[in-house]
Design a protein around this ligand. Sequence first.
Ligand code: FE2
Length: 414
Amino acid sequence: MFKTFPKLDSARRTTDVSGDDERSSDSNRDARAKKNASRQRLFGPKAEVFPILSRSKSSHRRQEMPFLERSRSPSQVSKEGHRADEGALGFSPLHPLLGAEVPGVNLADVGREEILTILAPALEKYGLLLFRGQDISPQEFFNFIKAFPDVDLDEVSAAKNPFAQGDPSCLPELPGVRALGNAISDPALHRGATPELNETGMEWHTDGCGITLLYAAQVPAGPVKRTTLWANGYHAYNMLDDELKRMAREMQATFGAKHVLEGSVREIYRRGGRMSDNGLKLVRGVDALDLSPEEFRKREDPKTNPRRYAHYNGSPVRRHPFTDRLTLFTVPVYLESCKGMDIEQARDLLEQILLPGTSGDSVYVHEWSQGDVVLWDNRSTLHSATKPVEGPQLMYQTFLRTKTPMGFVEPADN
Ligand SMILES: [Fe+2]
């Protein structure tokens, strides 16, 4: 049975993930109109028919999602329309603040039109999408993710991608895909690649790219499951009181490798770097004595690979390029300095800003099962790995760069 996706205008209006609408200022109306036109170009015309939905298992029980009710006034979309959207999409919310499972979909069969008209708007709306029970190759994995709108697959800019420069975990035949863990699926495909095993514990951050995809091809066989944490960046900002919001907007921070080192967080951990238990503050940097002279020189040189950190510099409050909403977008482990305060004050302030939205009931905890694929929008969410679990395991990951950067905020913005 084919289903029809609701008009994109409705879909755009229902993308609030926390229920607090930041878009009420008349002065922003023209800018919003431009954004909407831009989105229409990105996502294409409204939907027609979508074969993937015919395989959707609509019997999956839906949870309450109070933010959706709060975010939709009767003038925007009727309750009947709301139910129709959910029914057609077959989404099942994972947490009151973010995430939805999309049941009954084989990602190897999903077409570009379905991605543009259903999954990409849903990613904007929910921040995170979960597809369980997948059995796909790294090539199929990459084919799926690269069809999302606004992606930057240009080879020239890819060569400058700081995430791909010398990353030993990327598959030689498929450099857009990294291997995480300690197992391999195909010796020919993994040839020469050194899988990354995150060993840092909790470390809240947003990846520097627009979208990230993780696929659990093999999970540890024991009863203990590995978990990853996600938080809603819009909600994290909106939880703050007015004074802390203002301080966050005014914060002019610089990010880089000055207190740690360039490279993987695993390597930082191996060299002695440590974050606080809540994953928000560097409590011990990497000692200069633990660096080679060349590493020390690179770390102290402000010109060393600035692309990796430049897009974090400034306020941790940013505007999502397509929803226009303010969100927290930052990487505490790489905080180097902040205008008007010393580094300890800056670390304390950033921790204070991030803590409410990344703790307690604000956090979605995902327990990984074999075949899980999680796709998330780094522009509206924060995430943290947790401690590794013993046993053979393999994940595939793609950091998918997008062309449109995060918007900056002025201290007076709201
Ligand atoms: Fe990450």
